[in-house]
Design a protein around this ligand. Structure first.
Ligand SMILES: CC(C)(COP(=O)(O)OP(=O)(O)OC[C@H]1O[C@@H](n2cnc3c(N)ncnc32)[C@H](O)[C@@H]1OP(=O)(O)O)[C@@H](O)C(=O)NCCC(=O)NCCSC(=O)c1cc(O)c2ccccc2c1O
Length: 333
């Protein structure tokens, strides 16, 4: 457009973006790329909030409750930051999980939930070849997977529920294969950052298994009914770029930048209000999780109410053996 300066063009682009609700896709065309717009926009919002650094934090390994190292996972916390990282550590099996792996994962997730300094959790697999290849088939019996017990179990289903209900964001950091039950695990995480070598897919119909719980319903929500049927009925594998296009993941980055990018996302979340994030997570899951989803968000309501004067009046009156006086509290519209 003749006579327009770059500043004018940027302004036009921003206006267009806010009118259409979209950011123009390519940086080459002078537009604003959605993926890095916070680095390029010069409005007051971005001047106040700025960018987050991407340096890799110092990780400190956390032992289990008895002080012993975990065997199937690595549990770490970033020194001085509210980020935890939980890694499946069976790379020789493409990070397939056995019941013991799942038990350790649940204990680490539980610790990260209870640690009030932790605000976000990274879930990943050791090495670059796999995030997780699902249940370890060599432990599969007639009624589930068993390692130390003489009966089988499908305890990864409990882990899925735990991740959904955990009131802090869980980010799947995926390099290599996320297939079978490993694919379901990344889907139940709140967000997924993938390396460009990541491969996604369900294998169940080829290996005599299926996850008809979250494995089906969450996928349907993420990529829609047609693609979900394709993914399950055909049991094909998809590249990171294809997964990104389907809406199965949040971002693809070169493998060598995977952790750096994931950390940036964590830091960006950590700058925001923990209560807002907490309620939003339960709200985003509430409809799909039915009564249990409602219970989670309703619990957030109770938790907040306990902090009010009105809530305290109820408790204090009980402890003081008097009638509560709620008359001073407004009946808000
Ligand atoms: C993931 C692969 C595509 C990778 O292929 P690649 O060629 O790169 O590597 P290898 O195949 O040579 O694997 C190296 C090494 O690892 C072993 N291994 C890999 N995955 C598994 C596994 N899932 N179980 C056991 N062992 C595994 C492999 O055997 C090699 O060992 P060697 O000793 O031979 O060197 C490819 O590995 C692959 O296709 N893997 C299997 C993927 C799969 O089908 N997973 C199981 C799906 S079913 C499931 O996960 C599941 C679990 C649950 O708990 C459920 C609970 C409730 C409902 C449903 C569930 C469910 O479906």
């Amino acid at each position: 457009m003749a006579g327009m300066t770059q500043k004018d063009l940027d302004l036009v682009n921003r206006r267009m973006a806010s009118v259409t609700g979209h950011f123009t896709p390519s940086a080459e065309s002078g537009g604003i790329s959605m993926s890095n717009c916070s680095g390029r926009l010069n409005d007051s919002y971005h001047r106040v909030h700025g960018e987050v650094p991407g340096f890799i934090p110092e990780w400190k390994q956390v032992p289990d409750e008895t002080g012993k190292p975990y065997t199937d996972i690595i549990y770490e916390k970033a020194v001085g930051e509210g980020i935890a990282k939980i890694t499946i550590n069976r790379p020789e099996r493409r990070n397939a999980f056995r019941p013991h792996t799942v038990k350790e994962l649940m204990r680490a997730f539980n610790d990260a939930r209870d640690d009030t300094t932790i605000g976000v959790i990274i879930f990943t697999g050791k090495g670059t070849q796999a995030f997780c290849s699902g249940g370890d088939q060599s432990f599969r019996g007639k009624n589930g997977y068993s390692d130390y017990d003489d009966f089988g179990r499908l305890n990864v289903l409990d882990l899925q529920v735990q991740i959904r209900r955990l009131p802090k964001p869980v980010i799947a950091m995926v390099a290599g294969y996320a297939v079978g039950g490993g694919h379901v695990l990344h889907m139940v995480c709140d967000m997924t950052i993938a390396a460009d070598n990541a491969v996604f897919g369900q294998t169940g119909p080829k290996v005599g298994s299926f996850d008809a719980g979250y494995g089906a319903s969450v996928m349907d929500r993420l990529i829609g009914p047609k693609k979900a049927r394709e993914m399950w009925f055909m049991a094909r594998f998809y590249t990171a770029a294809e997964a990104d296009k389907m809406g199965l993941i949040n971002k693809v980055v070169p493998l060598e930048h995977l952790e750096e990018e994931t950390i940036k996302w964590c830091r960006e979340i950590m700058r925001n209000s923990p209560m807002a994030i907490r309620v939003l997570k339960s709200a985003l899951n509430a409809v799909d999780d039915g009564h249990s989803g409602l219970q989670q968000i309703a619990g957030d309501g109770t938790l907040l109410f306990y902090g009010t004067e009105e809530g305290a009046e109820g408790k204090n009156s009980y402890l003081q053996h008097r009638k509560p006086d709620f008359s001073k509290f407004p009946r808000l519209p």
